[in-house]
Ligand binder design. Structure first.
Ligand code: NAP
Length: 349
């Protein structure tokens, strides 16, 4: 029996984001009725209109301006059968790691859980965590599993305070948010169970509203930097570890609601280990001339010359539980580039 049948009513936080929009779209495609929390009416209406154009008319939105405010989701959660919490800041513009990243991540997660606990209908809460909550520096290469936790980044924040590297502050925010979620379940014993999902860097096509290039989300902006020539051949060698397609991550969120055994589990989800160079190689090998012409300054890097692997993720659990096969890396790269070419056209119109 599915944990949350596909005809149910689901609340999603963050559908205006890169990943959240795909999760909301796939929930609707699976037959769920979906309520999204957004920070403005305009962002909500954009999604209503976009989904309607795709024949998906069971999306509604409510405004939750501040996920940190006590009781933030109390109204939004009324009447729903499940919650998917994706909203969390992912950027590196950090002046205060707590104010900018850690507090909204942790309090946003706890508020989603506290509100869910007030709605007796809620059976499951799915939380977007991150590989950031799992990874530790390792030399030589190490294979991470769902047993691993990031112990390094919280220590870095503790030791360095406001001078901490912004990427460590982000990793700390995701670690502390996920740990807070598991502690909540252990201590409060709510009527629902939770599932947490740990993707590495997410790429793929865009569904959400991006009014200008400088508003691109962090992971897509990284790749776009190569397409526009702002990033160098040296940057392309940087081993970021692993990546995954946004449609796959969304799919695992939806499956986590449907599959009973996904309750009380963590899931590492990744396509493969990589640096940017192999992704650029795929772009130049497979993009047609029209797609290439959208990016005349694209950086080729040093073809066929990736840096050695950094992090390795054991994804056997997610593959087995959901009988999941990742989208091919070539399709991730081409669909992301096509989508960015379309957005570019809108930005210059
Ligand atoms: P994104 O496009 O920046 O989306 C973030 C979403 O969270 C947006 O809807 C944003 O709302 C909302 N949000 C952020 N801070 C908020 C706050 N203080 N109050 C209310 N809403 C807030 O980023 P994304 O890449 O899709 O990330 C979505 C989730 O995936 C996050 O939990 C992130 O940690 C996780 N993740 C992302 C990656 C990746 O490579 N992209 C990898 C692993 C995990 P607005 O639209 O109003 O700003």
């Amino acid at each position: 029996m599915p944990a949350v049948p596909a005809s149910s009513f689901v609340l999603i936080s963050g559908p205006s984001g890169f990943l959240g929009a795909h999760v909301a779209q796939q929930l609707l495609q699976a037959g769920f009725r979906v309520r999204g929390t957004v920070r403005s009416k305009e962002k909500g209406q954009y999604l209503v209109d976009r989904f309607k154009q795709q024949g998906l008319d069971k999306f509604e939105f409510v405004i939750v301006e501040d996920v940190e405010a006590p009781g933030a989701f109390d109204e939004a959660v009324k009447g729903v059968d499940a919650v998917v919490h994706t909203a969390s800041p992912f950027h590196f513009n950090v002046t205060d790691p707590y104010k900018d990243l850690i507090n909204p991540a942790v309090q946003g997660t706890l508020n989603a859980l506290r509100s869910a606990a007030k709605e007796p209908r809620v059976k499951r809460v799915v939380i977007t965590s991150s590989f950031a909550a799992v990874v530790n520096p390792h030399d030589p290469v190490y294979t991470f599993t769902e047993q691993d936790w990031n112990e390094f980044s919280p220590k870095q924040v503790e030791e360095k305070g406001k001078d901490v590297d912004p990427s460590q502050a982000y990793r700390c925010s995701k670690t502390k948010a996920e740990q807070a979620a598991w502690k909540f379940v252990e201590e409060e014993k709510p009527a629902f169970d939770i599932t947490t999902i740990q993707p590495p860097l997410i790429f793929g096509p865009l569904e959400h509203e991006v009014p200008s290039a400088d508003k691109l989300n962090t992971s897509i902006n990284n790749f776009y930097g190569f397409l526009t020539g702002k990033k160098s051949a040296e940057d392309a060698q940087a081993g970021f570890g692993s990546f995954v397609d946004v449609r796959d991550v969304a799919k695992i969120h939806v499956e986590s609601l449907l599959v009973e055994e996904a309750g009380n589990q963590r899931f590492l989800v990744a396509t493969s280990d990589s640096s940017y160079q192999p992704l650029l190689d795929l772009f130049f090998a497979h993009a047609d001339d029209s797609l290439k012409s959208a990016f005349p300054n694209a950086e080729k890097g040093k073809p066929g010359n990736p840096k050695p692997k950094a992090n390795v993720m054991d994804t056997s659990k997610v593959r087995k539980t959901f009988k999941w096969q990742p989208i091919e890396a070539k399709d991730t790269v081409l669909d992301m580039a096509k989508s960015l070419a379309e957005y570019q056209q809108k930005w210059s119109a």
